[in-house]
Design a protein around this ligand. Structure first.
Ligand code: PMP
Length: 430
């Protein structure tokens, strides 16, 4: 029967139908087993099919399924918020729950603009972000996104907010053809040039992911923080994908001990058991809003939905009770070794990088290859060989983005390596 669902590629209708998930595996309706090498869209942390999460959500459903945020707070939301802020950098004491990362990014951009406005600084409306970045699909979040091909795809321009993009960190493929440390983190100082060119009084915030599978040089983030402070620009760390232990630290910014002004989180919060994301505001931003107009209008119908928060709370308890949080760094090392072996075995593979269980594997197809088509081919081949992964392209490279569940075992990492060993030659021969 033809599917009645809208797909990404509107004409295609052959996406497999998933029926069951267990641990690091997903099964489709033909019985085929897929290894979840990317936790779907970098979401799954505790694995599929953990019964206690279903039980916690069912109990919450029987007790209280929904209240609107403007009328009530609710118990799972309160408890989850406490748990999350207890691990956040100093100066973060409140979160706003949303249903998606895009909403969280929208909230961050709005909060940044409102912060300046409340302090009487009315000209700061621009955002600076990085090329090749991803921040979501709503119009504001998509404006911040640095993937131009994606923004051009649907004739959506002009987008909502003025955004300027600077280069991202890619030390193993530096867009400036420089080498660290003699480059003196040129890619970070590019932010200062952008702020000056835009007019410092017009820039509200710089938004970026602390890591999406690349390893910034040690002074990259401290330099960014310093530049933001110098020009009164807020720093938004978009940790929708890299937050909540994905990179081996509670929040990715902890790797460099920097404290952003706003921090978005998302995917790992409920490990896919419910739609849940959010924005954490530093006291600095919150105080300006509270002492100003005292309102922040970003109240979606499902903000702090009790069902989603019950799922998130059960997931976060499970993560800590089973030591999955502290285990990510070690799992990440084993994955890194496997990916290094893959790079050594296949000529087309040129690099691997990452932190914890958020890693990239880069391939350089022959010159002249259309990279959009190449990444679609990579995706199709992976699914054929039973590997769920995410795909990216930048410069002259395409690649896998790997972010398996935190529970992945040594033998399952070997299985992932074996699948890559089959997919990559098929891709090279395409
Ligand atoms: N920011 C980042 C860094 C993301 O990775 C994503 C999702 N890929 C988003 C924002 C948007 O999140 P969502 O898809 O939940 O709207």
């Amino acid at each position: 029967m033809a599917s009645a669902l809208v797909r990404v590629g509107l004409r295609e209708n052959n996406t497999p139908v998933a029926v069951r998930g267990q641990g690091v595996y997903v099964f489709d309706n033909t019985g085929k087993r897929y290894l979840d090498g990317s936790g779907g869209a970098l979401i799954v942390t505790i694995g599929h099919g953990v019964a206690e999460i279903g039980e916690a959500v069912a109990a919450q459903m029987k007790k209280l399924s929904y209240v609107f945020r403007a009328h009530f707070s609710n118990e799972p939301a309160e408890e989850l918020a406490q748990m999350l802020v207890s691990e956040m950098p100093v100066g973060f004491s409140r979160v706003l729950f949303t249903s998606s990362g895009s909403e969280a990014v929208e909230a961050a951009i709005k909060a940044a603009r409102q912060y300046h406005h409340e302090r009487g600084d009315h000209g700061r409306h621009k955002i600076i972000s990085r090329l090749d970045s991803y921040h979501g699909v709503t119009l504001g979040a998509m404006s911040a996104t640095g993937m131009h091909a994606m923004k051009d795809a649907g004739s959506w321009r002009p987008l909502q907010i003025p955004v300027r993009h600077i280069n991202t960190v890619r030390c193993d493929d530096c867009p400036f053809h420089l080498k660290y440390p003699s480059c003196q983190t040129f890619c970070a100082t590019e932010l200062e040039r952008a702020i000056i060119e835009e007019g410092p009084g017009s820039v509200a915030a710089f938004i970026a992911e602390p890591s999406r599978g690349e390893e910034p040089p040690p002074d990259y983030w401290p330099t960014i923080r310093e530049i933001c402070d110098r020009y009164g620009v807020l720093l938004i760390a978009d940790e929708v994908a890299c937050g909540l232990w994905r990179t081996g630290r509670a929040y990715c910014v902890d790797h460099w001990n920097i404290v952003p002004d706003l921090l978005t989180f998302g995917k790992a919060t409920a490990s896919g058991y419910a739609p849940l994301a959010g924005l954490a505001m530093s006291d600095k931003v919150l105080d300006a809003l509270v002492n100003g107009s005292g309102v922040f209008l970003h109240g979606h119908t499902h903000s702090a939905n009790p069902m989603s928060c019950a799922a998130g709370l059960a997931v976060q308890r499970h993560v800590r009770a089973n030591g999955l949080d502290r285990g990510v760094a070690g799992r990440g090392e084993i994955l890194d070794q496997a990916l290094r072996r893959v790079v050594a075995k296949h000529e087309i593979c040129v690099a691997t990088s990452g932190l914890g269980l958020l890693r990239q594997l880069a391939l350089r197809p022959p010159r002249g290859t259309n990279l959009t088509i190449a990444s679609l081919v990579l995706e199709a081949l992976s699914m054929r060989f039973g590997l769920i992964s995410q795909y990216w392209k930048a410069g002259d490279r395409v690649g896998f983005q790997l972010a398996p569940p935190y529970i992945i075992s040594d033998s399952q990492i070997l299985e992932l390596e074996e699948r890559l060993d089959r997919i990559i030659p098929a891709f090279a021969g395409w």
